[in-house]
Design a protein. Sequence first.
Length: 459
Amino acid sequence: MKMVKKVLFTVLCAAAMLTSVTAQTTPATQRTAVIRGQIPAEPYNITAGVGSDTSEARFNWVSGSSATPVVQLAEAKKVKKGQFPKNADYTGISVPAIATEGVEDNPNNAEAATGEYACKVTVKNLAPDTAYSYRVGDGTAWSSVYTFKTGNVHSISFAVFGDPQIGASGDLEHDRAGWSKTLAAVQKNHPDVNFLFSLGDQVNDYDSIAKQQAEYKIFMNPDIAHNYIQEYQLAVLEGNHDLQMGKYYSFHYNLPNVSDLGQTSNNKILNNDGDYWFTQGPVLFIILEGNNFYDTAAHEQAMKEAIAANKDSKWRIVAFHQAPYSEANHAAANTPDDDVLFMRQNWTKLMDNNQIDVVLNGHDHYYTRTFQMFGGMPVDTTKTGTVTNPKGTVYITLDSASGSKYYKYNTGSDHSFSAVGWQNNVPTYSFVTVTDKQFKFTVYEADTGAAIDAYTINK
């Protein structure tokens, strides 16, 4: 497995939600150190993740308890005054969380335990288009009760976000407020959303575990009065900032069908990530680990395996963090060995070979929609908002969902691929609906609700 370039790690770990932190120095050869703090037994950073399909939900949370994790879940109409019916308990596993702080000039420093536990529970056989209530805990310490609704077999809707990257502005309150307003706009304007989809860099800082833990808390709960994340199923992928704490990213999510293919490593230690897939309604979603960008053969194998397992899917959507096509081109990425240009020259061939309809990306904090692309070229440069049975793939790069960071138009790059480019330095989100015969994508300003761009593919 190829080692991801530029990702180097050092160790300093602290517990999430600490009231006090005790720092220790860990030798590079030691991998059993623990930074201890006052970690609550109550669950936090709770997600009801997407499962392999609409009949499954994969829960994840963090706590200081090593007890067997429990999810209580039932149809919402059967939960009365917070009380769940009998046979509503589902158990899973509790995994000690470890992390590595990514400081590039200290490559030999080691992993260390955080004192936290990642709690993972999977629930199957959910009914479609049904509201479910749940709470998580260890049988003694419980979360609040939350409710989400499963998707439909023949149609879905979801909200998708570019880089929340909480902490990137240097002002956590600014980023919290922006992320909260975006999620509030989704909840208000699109009550039929089935799941949320964040395209990487959920958090920003990798030089301090304490900073990243604070950022995860804000990403998961920017407004605890509403608990937006907990009221939907969630899909995520790993950005370059998420990656640089080593395995720590993997302890925050419970992803389905994760493959060893595409997995990243550092100092010959695998990071528990990799390509994965899931289906929602008529769509097969294939999630590629963009931080391992050189291993195109592994990614193509993962794609082919996902497609072979879901031959009846009407649509194929691929998502990964780095954007092959963007008018910002990651500010100034023009060198021959640049990951973005490598993906443009190599990853796009994977999309052509596997008949991918749509590619969703983040990373560049600048909205760009391409023409239908095939063979590295636009199929047709006519600017239109609707196409029918098109050849090739449309690539959509999303701007910041929180307003924590924006990029500018790159004047030194070729943009002949671009049908639409937009930057107004305001948080945005996109709302997508997919039926058996139509994919419809609209991107909005979060503050005003104004539509920035819309694109429809009919089959």
